[in-house]
Design a protein around this ligand. Structure first.
Ligand code: 13P
Ligand code: SF4
Length: 302
């Protein structure tokens, strides 16, 4: 059986929309209707009123699609496609922080479960985190969670003193990128620009020419005069960049930067998801309406 052909046939037959994150395997990116970063995919889920959405990414992303498109049947091809970072914080943690910082504005990175989004005041993605925090009343304390590296980056950019950063959350893929990885690649390719994701540790971000969301990296590389780029994020981003800009060269910063759960989505699982319409993302109504408020507030800011 030709899996790719079968996937395309089922997609057409069922009028399904396939969304894929930039970290998905090349063969999945190639089959998707839209490939993008968290912000772009959230917007698409909201704007296109599809009946069936197959989300090739991790669970929190599929949940966001469900929250923004509750009438749609949203499928995720693997139930094991979680996000390590999203799992670093619990609802109980957020409630304890609320008690500790009454009156504060709670900002959650979208890499959180729908339950966490339902507990906070506003969401952000790596593409809009600085703008979201800047839009909050300067007299209010901001509690930022769960990614400490993104939080520190936002604090530096906004120079906001009344900002509390949850310090237990990080992404293991980005945390494992070290300054020596960047310096080693810079030694071999001295003319290359370094583009880094804000989930990287601050010492890595200090070495970067540009700090951007995954799709922000494409925009940077399009505008830049440089011919070569060292890419400090997950491995598959390089595939997306090469596809968009074949005339430029992209070098992964490290072979270790692989998000295991993003690779849960294989052609076989995508095929089975479409065929059997599994696994459906289901969320309680109350969580959908509360999480929607935080996501909608974010979408209004930018
Ligand atoms: P982007 O929103 O930049 O695509 O990031 C999502 C993510 O999970 C990064 O690890
Ligand atoms: Fe989560 Fe990190 Fe994977 Fe992004 S790369 S989905 S933050 S575990």
């Amino acid at each position: 059986m030709n899996l790719k052909k079968e996937i395309l046939r089922l997609k057409q037959e069922k009028n399904a929309l396939i969304l894929a994150h930039n970290y998905q395997l090349p063969e999945i990116q190639d089959l998707a209707d839209v490939v993008g970063d968290s912000l772009e995919l959230s917007r698409i889920a909201k704007e296109r009123s599809a009946d069936l959405i197959v989300f090739c990414g991790v669970v929190f992303m599929a949940e966001t699609a469900k929250v923004l498109s509750p009438q749609a049947k949203v499928l995720i091809p693997s139930l094991w496609a979680g996000c390590f970072l999203a799992d670093t914080i619990s609802v109980e943690d957020v409630r304890q922080l609320r008690e500790r910082y009454p009156g504060a504005e709670f900002v959650a990175y979208v890499n959180t479960s729908a339950e966490i989004k339902a507990e906070v005041d506003i969401c952000c993605t790596s593409a809009n985190a600085v703008r979201v925090v800047k839009a909050i009343d300067p007299n209010k304390t901001v509690v930022f969670l769960p990614d400490r590296n993104l939080g520190m980056y936002v604090q530096k950019q906004t120079q906001r003193e009344n900002m509390v950063i949850w310090d237990k959350g990080y992404c293991y893929v980005h945390e494992e990128i070290h300054p020596k990885d960047v310096l080693e690649k810079k030694r071999v390719f001295p003319d290359a620009e370094v583009i880094a994701h804000p989930e990287c540790p601050p010492e890595v971000l200090e070495l970067a020419d540009a700090i951007a969301s995954t799709s922000g990296m494409i925009k940077w590389a399009q505008r830049s005069d440089a011919r070569r780029f060292i890419v400090a994020t997950e491995r598959e981003m390089v595939y997306r960049l090469k596809k968009e800009l074949p005339e430029k060269e992209f070098i992964p910063v490290s072979d270790r930067a692989v998000c295991r759960t993003m690779k849960e989505t294989t052609l076989e699982r995508l095929y089975e998801a479409l065929l059997e319409e599994k696994y459906e993302v289901r969320l309680p109504e109350k969580i959908i309406s509360k999480a929607k408020r935080s996501i909608d507030r974010m979408l209004e800011v930018v």
